[in-house]
Ligand binder design. Structure first.
Ligand code: RP5
Length: 178
C-alpha cells in the first residue's frame, strides 16, 4: 500500500469546500511530472483544489515571472515548485511572490537529486523556500504541508487532514510479518 492509497474513502466522507485552485504545482519540465504527480494525488485525496503548470526558471523565465507575480492575486495560497539539477525554480518563484513556496528536489540522473536538494535548500536569508525531501516523499510531504497551511483557516480541511493522519496511524501494524 503506498503512502497515498489508504484512507481515500474515509477522508472523502468529509466534504471539500474548495473549488478554485488554492495550490499551484509548478515544475521545470514534463519529466518532473512523475515526481510532482504524487503531490497532486495527495492534494486530491484531501479534497484540495490545485492547478499544474510547466514553468522553467531558465527556459521560460517570463512565464515564471508572470505566474509567480500574479499567483496571490488569482487566489492561490501555496505554491509547490519541483525541479531537478540546478533547481532554481523554487527560489526564483519565491522571489516573485510572498506566498509560501514549497520546494521539491527532483531526483536527477547525474547526482541522484543531491544537486537539486542543495540548489533548493540553501537559499540565502531573505527569500524563503520550504524545502522537502528528494523525490516522491518530498512531493507527498509538500502536499501535506500545503494542507497544514491551508487548514489553519479551513476547519473542514483540518478535519480531513486529521482523518487522513488517523488512518495512516491505524495502517501501521504493531507486529512485523516474519
Ligand atoms: C530541470 O531540468 C527540470 O526541472 C528537470 O528536472 C531537469 C531535466 O529537464 P528535461 O531535460 O527532462 O526537460 O530544469
Amino acid at each position: 500500500m503506498s503512502e497515498t492509497e489508504f484512507g481515500d474513502d474515509a477522508v472523502s466522507d468529509i466534504p471539500a469546500g474548495i473549488d478554485e485552485p488554492v495550490v499551484g504545482i509548478i515544475m521545470g519540465s514534463q519529466s518532473d511530472w512523475t515526481t510532482l504527480s504524487h503531490a497532486a494525488t495527495q492534494l486530491d485525496t484531501l479534497g484540495i483544489a490545485f492547478e499544474t503548470r510547466i514553468i522553467s526558471a531558465h527556459r521560460t523565465p517570463d512565464r515564471l515571472m508572470d505566474y509567480a507575480s500574479k499567483a496571490a492575486g488569482r487566489g492561490l495560497q501555496v505554491i509547490i515548485a519541483g525541479a531537478g539539477g540546478a533547481a532554481h525554480l523554487p527560489g526564483m518563484c519565491s522571489a516573485w511572490t510572498l506566498l509560501p513556496v514549497l520546494g521539491v528536489p527532483v531526483e536527477s540522473a547525474a547526482l541522484n537529486g543531491i544537486d537539486s536538494l542543495l540548489s533548493i535548500v540553501q537559499m540565502p536569508a531573505g527569500v524563503p523556500v520550504g524545502t522537502l525531501a528528494i523525490g516522491k516523499p518530498g512531493a507527498i510531504n509538500a502536499a501535506l504541508l500545503a494542507a497544514s497551511i491551508l487548514a489553519l483557516s479551513d476547519g473542514a480541511l483540518m478535519a480531513r487532514l486529521e482523518a487522513w493522519r488517523a488512518l495512516q496511524t491505524a495502517a501501521v501494524p504493531e507486529v512485523p510479518v516474519p
